[in-house]
Ligand binder design. Structure first.
Ligand SMILES: Cc1ncc(C[n+]2csc(CCO)c2C)c(N)n1
Length: 219
């Protein structure tokens, strides 16, 4: 049976393919990505990750299902303990200081992606916001799985790739997919269509995020 997430995944597939084929990903895998570009990506992504954690908490606040609430709250905590903590090792290695983090402007694409997710939640519905979170989990897992086999000659990039191929991470992706399908089952057709739009837009922002880093995008 085709699930709701199969359907929205198909709608976003051309955008996902463009992410798989993006020069940022190719260069990361080949080890040729300039470290300035990776540094820039990490600094912008730190803003994204901290907002992404807050979104988990704010979506959880609006849910009544205890299991779904607990999963999102655990995700928020996991972001604080895991993804963001891992980045601190990278920051040290690349000499990214708190001062630099505080003084680097948030780039347009990072800002717009985060604002899209807040708009889905506060001008749309919780279900739309859940669908907007999913590409982040799912796309990175697919990229991690594709890249891990070939590996990157650059140790730092290899470590980044491995972050997205662990069993616990894949398990959280599957739970996020299940949560999206659960929300879709409880939604009407209009909301389901808006969930798909939210998912496709987040997929487009994921693609734009790589280009933002390559361009070292400024306002
Ligand atoms: C722009 C952007 N999109 C996705 C991720 C990956 N990611 C961020 S939070 C999370 C959930 C589990 O920690 C995952 C997979 C990223 N780092 N940056």
């Amino acid at each position: 049976m085709t699930t709701f997430t199969d359907q929205i995944h198909t709608a976003a597939a051309p955008l996902w393919q463009k992410s798989f084929d993006h020069p940022f990903i190719h260069q990361l895998s080949a080890g040729s990505l300039p470290s300035e570009v990776f540094r820039y990506y990490l600094i912008q992504d730190r803003y994204y990750l901290s907002e992404f954690g807050k979104l988990h908490e704010q979506i959880a606040d609006q849910l009544t299902d205890d299991k779904a609430k607990a999963f999102l709250m655990a995700g928020a905590q996991g972001l604080k303990d895991g993804e963001i903590a891992v980045r601190e090792g990278f920051f040290e290695q690349l000499n990214i200081t708190d001062d630099e983090l505080a003084h680097t402007p948030i780039a347009p694409t990072a800002y717009n992606y985060v604002n899209h997710m807040y708009a889905e939640l506060y001008r749309g519905t919780t279900a739309q916001a859940i669908a907007g979170l999913l590409p982040c989990y799912w796309l990175y897992n697919q990229i991690g799985q594709q890249l891990v086999a070939q590996g990157s000659p650059k140790e730092l990039y290899q470590r980044w790739i491995e972050t997205y191929d662990s069993d616990t991470y894949t398990d959280s992706v599957n739970q996020m997919i299940a949560l999206t399908n659960q929300a879709a089952e409880q939604a009407d057709d209009d909301t389901r269509a808006k969930m798909q739009t939210s998912f496709v837009r987040s997929s487009a922002y994921e693609l734009a995020f790589w280009q933002m880093a390559l361009d070292e995008q400024k306002w």
